[in-house]
Design a protein around this ligand. Structure first.
Ligand code: SAH
Ligand code: SF4
Ligand code: F3S
Length: 448
């Protein structure tokens, strides 16, 4: 869960918005957009639910129990509700998309349910709720009209910003709810993306993170748009943007053309998130991932050949229906071969309406948990070993703000990790060389 506390420039802020964000970066990005949209209605963000005039949960339903979690969280938050004064309660994100009106029926105190394609309606919905109206909007917009509804965030400049390049997903991996809650894949017009990046560069942004559920299939549905590799090259030409990252990629769409960018686009980050999900061909097939263990490893190998210093992060699902001990060993051996710097691992959780939910899932929970423990243990070792290799090395760090302790500043190195080091706040906004003196599990301590 991520607490949102963005700064918003406005003189007319007389109401308070308390928001909690769950799930992936699309939700984080949507939350940023919500903050700027609601600033126009006079709402400023707060971290105090008790003082707020509106509570909004931006939810995720990628794993089971998501609805119950929302009910529990709202029940807890409502304890704070002040007597007498109207407080708007809203649910957005993927649980909202999935449950729709049902949420309004189940929770009499809930005012608004806003789906993943309907954020543009939020201002009028909030105005209605201020007059006591309850409303749910969860219509998918799967036509070109959606191209004009892509998030473009105004407001306080920061040095690193997300830029949405595509939304939705057509992959329908057998376990995954995302295509059902985010709709069909649609790529934003490249002209709009480049205009936004140029604008951000003019505002002082130095790093852009190209965002989507599956960015590397960008443009493949539209003849007239560039491929993702071409788009990266166009973004790289924009003066002022020094770093480009992207998230998230599907290994099957990691084309040679895109891999080549790691060889010659100097602005491209030294980290890539490439979720394998499993190291077993049998499981990958059941997951409908469209690649094999060998083809995945071959792609990682090609990227590492072009960029020997690249770090790889990934996602793994443990305990997929039918996963045998041997399948699981294959996953551990894939991890040994790739050596991820960080790995997000999840126990498989059946989602209603997905293909995998129909498979028999009779592996005892204790076995799944034991596998997860082993996998996490191995990952801790890899993270520790890889992190240690950076001690003594010099990293170029984009200084983004104050550090963890007084007198420190903090930023990201090329590999995406946080680096804290003693320094003056005048360094914020610059890219400086920092020597790493200590490696922690999730960050580095350095010196200028
Ligand atoms: N589009 C991204 C993934 C979005 S979901 C991609 O393809 O990489 C983020 C992660 O949640 C997935 O990579 C997967 O590891 C995990 N996940 C998705 N559905 C799941 C399920 N039903 N059970 C457990 N983990 C799941
Ligand atoms: Fe889900 Fe697969 Fe799409 Fe990722 S690519 S969002 S895992 S269906
Ligand atoms: Fe969760 Fe929705 Fe993202 S289900 S992972 S918030 S697209």
């Amino acid at each position: 869960m991520i607490l949102v506390a963005y700064k918003v420039r406005s003189t007319m802020l007389n109401k308070l918005l308390y928001m909690e964000t769950f799930g992936c970066q699309m939700n984080v990005n949507d939350s940023e957009r919500i903050v700027t949209m609601l600033a126009d209605l006079g709402y400023a963000p707060t971290n105090d639910p008790a003082a707020s005039d509106m509570i909004l949960l931006n939810t995720c339903s990628v794993r089971g129990g998501a609805e119950e979690k929302v009910y529990r969280r709202l029940a807890n938050l409502r304890i704070y509700k002040r007597d007498g004064k109207k407080q708007i309660i809203a649910v957005g994100g993927c649980v909202a998309q999935q449950e729709g009106e049902e949420l309004l029926r189940k929770l009499p105190y809930l005012d608004l349910v806003i789906g993943t394609h309907n954020l543009h309606l939020l201002p009028e919905m909030v105005r209605g709720a201020e007059r006591g109206e309850r409303r749910s909007e969860t219509t998918f917009i799967d036509n070109d009209q959606r191209l004009d509804l892509f998030p473009s965030i105004k407001g306080e400049s920061r040095l690193s910003r997300f830029v949405t390049v595509m939304q939705g997903c057509d992959n329908f991996c057998s376990y995954c709810i995302v295509p059902f809650v985010r709709g069909r894949e649609i790529s934003r017009r490249s002209a709009d993306i480049l205009t936004e990046v140029r604008q951000l560069a003019d505002d002082g942004v130095r790093e852009v993170i190209l965002l989507g559920q599956n960015v590397n299939s960008y443009g493949l549905k539209t003849e007239s748009e560039p491929t993702f590799a071409e788009l990266i090259r166009q973004v790289a030409e924009i003066d002022g943007i020094d770093r480009i990252r992207f998230t998230t990629s599907h290994p099957k769409d990691m084309s040679d053309e895109l891999i080549a960018c790691f060889g010659d686009v100097a602005k491209l980050s030294g980290q890539i998130h490439l979720p394998a999900q499993s190291g077993s061909d049998a499981v990958l097939k059941l997951m409908g991932r469209g690649y094999t263990r060998d083809s995945y490893l071959a792609k990682v190998h090609k990227i590492k050949t072009l960029r020997p210093d690249i770090v790889v992060t990934g996602d793994i699902i443990v305990g997929f229906p039918g996963e045998t001990d041997a399948d699981f060993e294959e996953t551990l051996s894939l991890m040994e071969q790739v050596r991820y710097i960080d790995l997000f691992s999840f126990v498989y959780s059946p989602r209603p309406g997905t293909k995998a939910a129909e498979l028999s899932d009779d592996l005892p929970r204790a076995v799944k948990m034991a596998r997860l423990d082993r996998l996490m243990e191995l990952q801790r070792r890899h993270t520790g070993e890889i992190s240690q290799t950076y001690t003594g090395s010099v990293m170029s760090v984009l200084v983004e703000g104050e550090g963890k302790f007084p007198g420190q500043v903090s930023g990201k190195g090329e590999i995406g990790r946080i680096v804290n080091f003693p320094g003056d706040s005048s360094l914020i906004g610059s890219i400086v060389d920092v020597r790493i003196i200590k490696a922690y599990p999730n960050s580095f301590l350095g010196e200028l």
